[in-house]
Every structure is written in structure tokens, then in C-alpha cells.
Design a protein around this ligand. Structure first.
Ligand SMILES: O=P(O)(O)O[C@H]1O[C@H](CO)[C@@H](O)[C@H]1O
Length: 336
């Protein structure tokens, strides 16, 4: 059975309140409709959109009240990888536009719906479409669904993405299991955790040294061998840039020098948010294009059509890979 939950089943639409976080309040942390710039007399500080614990809880409750599925694993489907969610059975589907206070997807290859269902026999919730900074959403808004997953009851996040390969060993269509990330946007002072901290989510200063669970990295490589795709599956470091433009040759050369293996425009802020609220994380990149490190190779400019096409061509293998990891995680959760 597949159910699509429609807007008219929504009893309450919670309106965001415009609020300056330096003006008091119990948490000083209330959702805002849009970015708000305070002038110099207010402290010359630009606030990002932030979702309060209460608003995230309302969204989580909205979903939980409309499905009997109780997932422990949340999945984010990357560009062209949305068909992962099509593999789910007995689904309850929520269009983003019908979920109170949810943003909408604006990027091709991101359908824009939250799918609850079973991957094999494991209950999961999957975002068929994520939010990116370049769409005009602040990082806190891009990552808000991760907090919703936590409040729905998830203990694990699987984030997938499409990325450009910098490591010369990577071929188009390969999978890079994310070992670690470099938070370039964080270096520039942009974080999904910016603003007052709500300890109900996590600590003010969360560690990131073990952001990607080493056990699942090992497990994924074992699974790749069992699937006989061991030589197509690598381990590496991902970085997220703001986009939406792809990188210059000089930028790509710089990233490679920094030890980065794959570059994209997502995932890092979702993982920071997930670790802040103590979700275990597994992530992988599908290498959809090789990054040009050479001015002469003008015929291999990155383009989104290619990204989505490679995603579609590799959807079957990515879905199988994900399904097996989900099964291992689920078995481990049951044995705890
Ligand atoms: O990271 P995902 O959402 O998979 O998508 C990647 O593909 C798009 C560029 O082609 C960018 O959005 C980049 O982040």
C-alpha cells in the first residue's frame, strides 16, 4: 500500500515568528521567515534562518501522526539518486509543499518529498530531494530535516550525494565512501549551528573528529567486495562549496592540494547537524564527473545534466549498496 498524505490532512500550520535572537525569550531561538539583517546599532549581525526545537518537533509529530512507520534510519538522496526512495515498499509519502514549515526543492533531480517505507524489511525515512545553500536557503534550513529525523526517532543518518572526483583514481560512476570532510563554508564562518545553541539538540561545541562512523566505513567496503564492486568503491574526503557555479581549475587544484578527493555542494552541514544531535553517520558520494585540473580539457566541463544522468545510470548499484548497509545497521540496532 502506498499513501500520499495531502495538505488537507494537516490540522495546524505553524507560522514562523520573526524574532531577533538578541531580544530575549526563553531560548532566544525562534524560527524566522527570512534572513533578517540587524543594523549596526543592533550589533551589525546577520542572522540566519533557524528552526526552534518546538518547530522541528511539530514537523516530526506532523509526520509521525500520519504514518505508522517508525524509522531508526534517515536517508538523504543526492542529485539523480532519488530513485533510491522509489525502492521503498509500503510507503507513506509527504510532498514537501504539504509539510508545515518545510522548504520546497527547486533543483532538477530532487523531487521534493519525504518517503516513509521499508527498504527490504527495514523501516526508513528518505528525503527524495535535499535543500542547498545556493537555492537561497540558510545552512540551518538546509539541515533542518536532519533534526526532524532525530525527533521522529532516527538514530542513524545515511547521506548520499553526487560529486566531482578530484582523486585521479576515481572514475565516473564510482562510489566514494566519505571518510571525512573539510568544512570550507565553516572556514568562512557559516555553520548550520550558528546562533544560540539549544542543548536539547546537542552541545554548543560538538566534536567532529569522528564525524563518519569508522565501523560503517569498514562495513561498506566489505559489502562492496561482496557485491564484486570493490574496485569501484573508494574511501575519501569530501568538501562542500556554496555553488551553484562549478569550480575553476585553480580552485580544483587548490582543493586537491588540500587532500580533498571529491567536491560537491551539500552534505557537510547535514553531517555537522547530525553529529550535533548525536546521530551516527554514514555517507557516500557517487562520482558523477571528473574535475578538470587542466585548462586544455575544455570538453569535460561539469554540467548538471551529466550529474543527473550518471546518478540515474548508477541508481541500481547505489540502491543495492544502500539497502545492504541499511540491513547491517538495522541488525546491529536490533542486537543492542
Ligand atoms: O549534493 P547533491 O544534492 O547530490 O547535488 C550535487 O549536484 C549538484 C550539481 O550538479 C549540486 O547540488 C551538488 O551538490
Amino acid at each position: 500500500m502506498t499513501g500520499t498524505i495531502t495538505a488537507d490532512q494537516s490540522p495546524v500550520i505553524v507560522k514562523h515568528t520573526k524574532h531577533r535572537t538578541n531580544s530575549g525569550g526563553s531560548t532566544g531561538y525562534i524560527a524566522q521567515e527570512q534572513n533578517e539583517t540587524l543594523d549596526a546599532s543592533d550589533g551589525a549581525h546577520v542572522l540566519e534562518e533557524a528552526y526552534s526545537y518546538e518547530v522541528c518537533k511539530e514537523i516530526a509529530d506532523y509526520l509521525s501522526e500520519r504514518t505508522a512507520i517508525r524509522p531508526k534510519i534517515g536517508i538523504i538522496c543526492g542529485s539523480g539518486l532519488g530513485s533510491l526512495a522509489d525502492e521503498l515498499t509500503n510507503t507513506d509519502i509527504f510532498e514537501y509543499e504539504n509539510i508545515p514549515n518545510f522548504p520546497v526543492s527547486t533543483v532538477e533531480g530532487h523531487v521534493g518529498r519525504m518517503v516513509f517505507g521499508y527498504l527490504g524489511d527495514v523501516p526508513v525515512m528518505a528525503m527524495q530531494g535535499r535543500f542547498h545553500y545556493y537555492e537561497g536557503y540558510g545552512l540551518a534550513k538546509c539541515s533542518m530535516p536532519v533534526r526532524v529525523m532525530k525527533l521522529v526517532g532516527c538514530t542513524h543518518l545515511i547521506a548520499t550525494n553526487a560529486a566531482g572526483g578530484l582523486n585521479h583514481k576515481f572514475k565516473v560512476g564510482d562510489i566514494m565512501v566519505v571518510r571525512d570532510h573539510v568544512n570550507m563554508m565553516g572556514f568562512a564562518g557559516n555553520s548550520p549551528l550558528q546562533g544560540p545553541n539549544d542543548p536539547r539538540f546537542g552541545p554548543r561545541f560538538p566534536p567532529m573528529t569522528r564525524a563518519y562512523d569508522a565501523h560503517y566505513i569498514k562495513t561498506a567496503k566489505k559489502i562492496a567486495k561482496e557485491m564484486k564492486i570493490g574496485s569501484d568503491v573508494h574511501e575519501g574526503v569530501y568538501t562542500c562549496l556554496g555553488g551553484p557555479n562549478y569550480e575553476t581549475v585553480a580552485e580544483l587544484r587548490m582543493l586537491k592540494t588540500l587532500g580533498i578527493d571529491a567536491v560537491g555542494m551539500s552534505t557537510v552541514h547535514e553531517v555537522v547537524t547530525a553529529r550535533h544531535c548525536d546521530l551516527k553517520v554514514f555517507a557516500f558520494s557517487l562520482i558523477t564527473n571528473k574535475c578538470s585540473l587542466d585548462y586544455d580539457s575544455s570538453d569535460d566541463d561539469a554540467n548538471h545534466e551529466e550529474v543527473v544522468t550518471v546518478g540515474k545510470n548508477r541508481q541500481h548499484i547505489c540502491a543495492q549498496f544502500t539497502r545492504r548497509i541499511v540491513q547491517v545497521i538495522s541488525d546491529e540496532i536490533s542486537n543492542q
